[in-house]
Design a protein around this ligand. Sequence first.
Ligand code: FA5
Length: 365
Amino acid sequence: MSAPENPVAAIEEGLAALGSQYRDTFDESADEQTLRDAYAKILGKKKGALTRVLALMRHVPGEERAPVGAKVNTFKQEVEKAFEGRLAAIANEQRQADLQARPFDLTLPGRLALGRGHLHPVMQTRDDLLDIFRDLGFSVVPGPEVELEENNFTKLAFPPDHPATDMQDTFWVDTFGPKNEPLGGSVLLRTHTSNTQIRVMSERRPPMAVVSAGAVYRRDDDLTHSPMFHQIEGFLVDENVSMGDLKGVLTAFAEALYGKGIPLRLRPSYFPFVEPGAEVDIGCVFCSEEDGTRESCKVCKQTGWVEVLGCGMIHPEVFESCGIDPERYTGYAFGFGIERIAMLRYGIPSIKLLFDNDPRFLAQF
Ligand code: FA5
C-alpha cells in the first residue's frame, strides 16, 4: 500500500467510516459462522477493513505515533470485545435452546438394524455333539491346547520316531527358562484331543465315561484338512467293556445326528494307543441321492464314504502309563473332527468356508 499524504488523517477517516456499524452487524449475526464472517470483514488478516487502517500506522511520524496508536488500539479492543461478547451470547443461546429442546429418548431402537449374532456352525455342531454324549451318560471335561509331548504322544504309546512327531506334522513350541535359556522341544500344540485320555485317566479311577472338545493343530491344508481344527474325544473305562459297546455308542451318536438309517462302517485301522483300532466312515451326504459314487464328488473322492473318526479299544500300555490295571479294566476311545461332521451335516463342500468367516456364509446357519 502506497503511503498516504497524511496518514493520521487517513486513519481518522478510516475509523470514522467504520463507526459503530460493526456492533449492529455482530448483534444481528444469529450463529457463530455468520459472526465469524462478519468479524473477518473487519479484522481478517488481509482484507479486514480495520486491519487495513492498522497497516497505516507504520506511516505515522514518530511523535504522533503514541496518541494515534492508543486510539487505534482502543478501537480494535472494542471490536474484539464486542465480538467475544456476541460469541459468548450465541453459545449461551444455543445451550438454552438445547436444554429446552425435547429430550431425546435413549431407549429408542437404533436406525441401523443390526442382525443378532449366533454361534459359528462349528461351535453349534460341537454343542449338539456334546449334548448327544451327555444324553448317553458321558461327562464333559476341558483339556489344554498347549501340551507336553508326554501327554500328546509318549504316554499314548507313540514310538519316539513316529512320523506324527515330525516337525513336518506337528507344531512344536519353543520354551525358555527363567534366564531365557531354551528348554528344548518337549512342548507342542496338541495334534489331537487324545491328550485328555492321559490327563483324565491319570487322575480318576474307573468307571468313567468322558468327552472333551477343543482345538487341535497339524501341518495339514487341503479341501478337507485345515491346520487348526476341532476334535471331540470320548472314552469309557470299566470292567468288561467290549468293541460291541463302542459300535453301539457310535451308531446311537450317528443316528442322533443324521437320522435313523445313516450308513456307518468300521474299517480296521492303526493308532498306537488302541488295539484293535478302527476308522469310522459315514455315507457321503453329497452323493447320497444316487449310488454314493457321484463322479465329480471331491469330498468323498467318489468313494461314497467320508472318514469321520478314529476309535478302538484302549491299549493296555496306555492304561499302565496312567496307573490303571489293564488286567481288570477295559475301555474304548474315539476321536473325531467337528468340522468334518459339520460339513456333512450342512452340506459344506470345503473346510475353508468354515474358517473364512464370510458373514454371507455364516448367516445361512
Ligand atoms: C486322531 O486324531 C486320533 N486321536 C483319533 C482317535 C481317538 C483314535 C481315540 C482312536 C482312539 P485322526 O488323525 O484320524 O485320529 O483324526 C481324527 C479325525 O479328525 C479324522 O477322522 C478327521 O475327521 C479329523 N481330521 C484329521 N485331520 C484333520 C484336519 N487337518 N482338518 C480337519 N479335520 C481333520
